[in-house]
Design a protein around this ligand. Structure first.
Ligand code: NAD
Ligand code: DAU
Length: 341
């Protein structure tokens, strides 16, 4: 039995990971440490409170050394899976300082606590954005140089450098996954897929940045979770693993697939002013992860279809978000853009 500290476990991928573990490794003990920022929601973990002997929720900040130490010392955890982050590129363009604080300093606080407690494994949930734009037909393998271009990606790259540095300098047993664009239940509707799906359900326009020909690798969250578990159990300490399906999809195609799935007209697509410094293409070589026996279970169309169905069936989850504080963000980001489209 393992004892995991899952940071950011009330967010999108973290909460899906905790549920995934419940099914796959029911005997493992999980403590979630989450600050519950706007993106973290306790209801994402609803139902888990009942398994008190194997699940615990701590509301706290990864930048708070006392709270973090309290979660890992005295056998509190033997493994840390670190998801907690500010995760939205557009937010990082508007409000970058909190990204450095949480993503870089917060990661270092966790690394220090892991070192002091003699943790068995520190797993960092990284991103393919560290490679920056990748020209076609190239694919980034794990030894590809980092070239992050947004404040978000730069902080994720900086934190990942710290993770490897603690491995090399202090012998901390670290592993890293660098995941592609993930979609599925409980994704905060600021991200393209969840925004497009919920807008489409309401018959609202889908704001596509620029020409919409930017390429992403949209992966179902269960595949991302399975990859992290595979690396935890079979990955080599000190190594990083790319995680993605290998399928390239233009954003405009993703939007059209969403509209088709919901029976909405293609005319809902609106081309709006592009994101500053928008990376044109991400593409990963995932052979290293596949050699651990992992392969994606969801084709692109299936990943979109099940995700669309989840949002259609769980309006009670996303409607209060979209009509609440998120509204101000949406107005600020999209009002002028949509008016000029
Ligand atoms: P998210 O924004 O949905 O969740 C982030 C969680 O971290 C939230 O629950 C939030 O409350 C928590 N958090 C933020 N600051 C915190 C702090 N200071 N202390 C404690 N908790 C804090 O993000 P996500 O999309 O689930 O991403 C999770 C991780 O996966 C991130 O590290 C992200 O960089 C990485 N990642 C995401 C994707 C993707 O497509 N979403 C792809 C690859 C990697
Ligand atoms: O690649 C992994 C990364 O994927 C993760 O590290 C990030 O945490 C996650 O947010 C995601 O980053 P992106 O910037 O790629 O995701 P986002 O959903 O914001 O945008 C996906 C694409 O869609 C991107 O090319 C920008 C575009 N887009 C986004 C929004 C929000 C639009 O065209 N319109 C929009 O309104």
């Amino acid at each position: 039995m393992k004892r995991l500290l899952v940071t950011g476990g009330a967010g999108f991928i973290g909460s899906n990971f905790v549920r995934y573990l419940r099914e796959q490794r029911p005997l493992w003990h999980v403590t979630v440490l989450d600050k519950l920022t706007y993106a973290g929601r306790e209801e994402n973990l609803a139902g888990l409170e009942s398994s008190k002997e194997s699940f615990e929720f701590v509301r706290g900040d990864i930048c708070d050394e006392r709270v973090v130490a309290g979660c890992v010392r005295d056998g509190g955890a033997d493994t840390i899976v670190h998801f907690a982050a500010e995760s939205h590129v557009d937010q990082s363009i508007v409000n970058p300082y909190v990204f450095t604080e949480t993503n870089v300093r917060g990661t270092q606080v966790l690394l220090e606590a892991a070192r002091a407690a003699g943790i068995e494994r520190f797993h960092y949930v990284g991103t393919d954005e560290v490679y920056g734009h990748v020209a076609s037909p190239g694919r980034s393998s794990e030894d590809h140089a980092f070239a992050p271009r947004s404040p978000y990606a730069a902080t994720k790259a900086a934190a990942e450098h710290l993770v490897h540095a603690y491995g090399a300098t202090y012998g901390l047993p670290v592993t890293v996954t660098r995941g592609s664009n993930t979609i599925g239940p409980h994704q905060f509707p600021e991200k393209a897929a969840s925004l497009f799906i919920t807008n489409a359900i309401d018959g609202e326009p889908l704001p596509i940045y620029g020409d919409g020909l930017q390429v992403r690798d949209y992966m179902h969250v269960d595949d991302h979770c399975a990859a992290i578990l595979a690396v935890l159990e079979r990955g080599v300490v000190g190594e990083a693993y790319n995680v993605g399906t290998g399928v390239e999809t233009a954003n405009i195609e993703m939007a059209r697939t969403v509209l088709e799935a919901l029976g909405r007209p293609a005319s809902l697509v609106r081309h709006v002013t592009d994101r500053a410094g928008h990376d044109r293409r991400y593409a990963l070589d995932t052979s290293k992860l596949r050699s651990l026996g992992w392969k994606p279970q969801f084709a692109f169309d299936a990943a979109i279809a099940v995700t669309v169905r989840w949002y259609a069936e769980h309006e009670e989850w996303w409607r209060p978000i979209k009509s609440g504080a998120f509204r101000a963000w949406y107005e600020q980001q999209y009002r002028e853009r949509l008016a000029g489209s």
